[in-house]
Design a protein around this ligand. Sequence first.
Ligand code: BMA
Length: 367
Amino acid sequence: MRIVKQTGILIAAFCLVSQVSVAGRSPEAAALLNALKSISGQYLLLGHQDATAYGIDWAAEPDRSDIKSTTGAYPAVHGWDVGHLEIGRNANLDNVSFSLMRDRIIEAYERGGINTISWHSTNPVNGESAWDTTRNSVKQILPGGKHHGKYNDYLNRLARFFKTLKTNDGTAIPIIFRPFHEHTGSWFWWGEAFCTPQEYQALWRYTVDYLRDKKGLANLLFAYSSSTIESEAHYLVRYPGDDYVDIMGFDEYCMGDEQAYTARMAKSLAILTAIAAERDKVAAITETGYEQIPNPHWFTQVLYPTIKDYPVAWVLLWRNAFNRPNHFYAPYPAHSAAEDFRNFYRLPAVRFEDGLAPLHIYQPTKP
Ligand code: BMA
């Protein structure tokens, strides 16, 4: 009896401990991170922002995605943005309601898909948008700053939402959180011209400590992503440290000149994949695309050849806006690049959501 009881206590204690693994990661988040590391260089996962929330001429329909309508499969990686959650709105800055976002995140996970969340955050200093360029905002929201309390309010609202991203059995869904992106540019209030490297690092670390440790969100992985990578030193000068980053990435868009895009991509990819390998981090192209995809062969003749020799885990296409004409990055069935996109989908190394099962994305590896 006594032995049974002790065994029971031991099992209970083991279960409690195993909920949070080393480095504060849940078993599912740790498994996802390991899987992303092990597939890099073998497979390339395709992602799409707001894939199942809306698309060309539709919004908030069940089981729909422009990528699925075109290829038959959902993207492997589902991108979301929680901008406006921090100010208590019911919908994000692109009109995606947070309850729909929650449902779609849960559905994607249950099908085996991967979720990543960016944050076009309001400026806590003045309530202006993410694109506000008021200097020294970061400094004022750090501990000791005049608007620090406001920033904590923002984080509390995010944490409350993140806590609800669970399956019916209570499993916290792993989320790749990607705050304060494109910080090497100067178009967001956290951009290069508006805060020092030390302030940016302090903001990043404070945010991770708050969400991961104070709020106990062990399901979060953290992605650090710049804009175009010009040099290793430039990419790393604001890097908050290996304990605070799981995925290293960058955002890069094709703006018409395909050769210039290919050259920028190749340079960024060479630098990124070398740094990520040295640090045992996952490398990813956290945003890309060619608005309206004017080249009907862009996916197989430009995007794929540019990436294929670099070990990156995923490439995420930006959104197909339903309320902003011509602001789309993934094909839909009637688009001239649809056939090429199906050929891209069929490439052996390219995986959409339906090709994830054999990769065991959420299966913990044995110690
Ligand atoms: C930008 C555009 C905007 C959008 C923002 C956040 O690149 O797509 O229309 O509001 O991202 O998703």
